[in-house]
Write a protein that binds this ligand. Sequence first.
Ligand SMILES: [Zn+2]
Ligand SMILES: [Zn+2]
Length: 54
Amino acid sequence: MPSDTHQEAIPSRDDTQEVPPPISPQKWRCCHCGGGGLDSYGDTCRHCDGLGFC
Ligand SMILES: [Zn+2]
Ligand SMILES: [Zn+2]
């Protein structure tokens, strides 16, 4: 019975693969009104039609 208990120290590799979260389909904030839906005059933004996204 071989008495040489050869224990190799296996380096515990922490390769936790981080999967990026799925990008939900999203419209972009309006570049004109900043997402408020109103222009500087308080009227409905003509760029996004008041939606705030374009
Ligand atoms: Zn816009
Ligand atoms: Zn707008």
